[in-house]
Design a protein around this ligand. Sequence first.
Ligand code: FES
Length: 236
Amino acid sequence: MSSFEQVATLADFGTGDRIAVVFDDRAVVVFRIGTDLYAVEDVCSHDGQPLTDGPLSNGSVECPRHGARFDLKTGHPLCMPAVEPINVYRVKLEGDNVLLGVSMSDSMLPLPVATDSCPVPPLPEVAATPAVTDPAKPVDEGQLLDALRQVIDPELMINIVDLGLVYAVALEDATVKVEMTLTSPACPAGPQIVGQSKQALERIAGVKAAEIKLVLSPPWTPERMTDEARDQLGIF
Ligand code: FES
């Protein structure tokens, strides 16, 4: 095929801000924002939902099914549960004709960590942790991790252990020391996650204090999730 191909005219938008077209044998949606046009593949990379009806905001489109958002210029996912980019296409106008070209997509760039820019629901309360009944019994790492599993990331609704946020946990003289990270450096739920982690650990008999250290290196990536967490998010 030639590098650019006409797929529509400006009149096809009518009073709307988008049109669905077929280009290169793929469903594509072309968005009009002011005088700019953007074309992306009309398939959410999370679970195949068409993006045609997705709301637009700040140069991104939101998947109407589970709320992932994609940058219209690069196709990069800005918000979980999507972790893969979508294809983007070059757009140009010739008179009133809308032409699309196959893009050397920016989606070939390294996958970024999802940002915190999606709405974050309130963090659920940590359920009461059954205390270790025998204080003489040493606390083991399994108990510490079980306590941390009660802390749920409010954006993904996955516990922080299965999400891969906990990098290290150790008990030293009745003080639990934890190194953990967040799904993005500016995650607004960070203070709550840290607070609930501390709370969950300090409920264990034999634990006097919990020190939670947030680290940003290495950064969290979706590969750190357990298979169970990936299944829950529909990532295969
Ligand atoms: S199908 Fe789009 S976010 Fe799940």
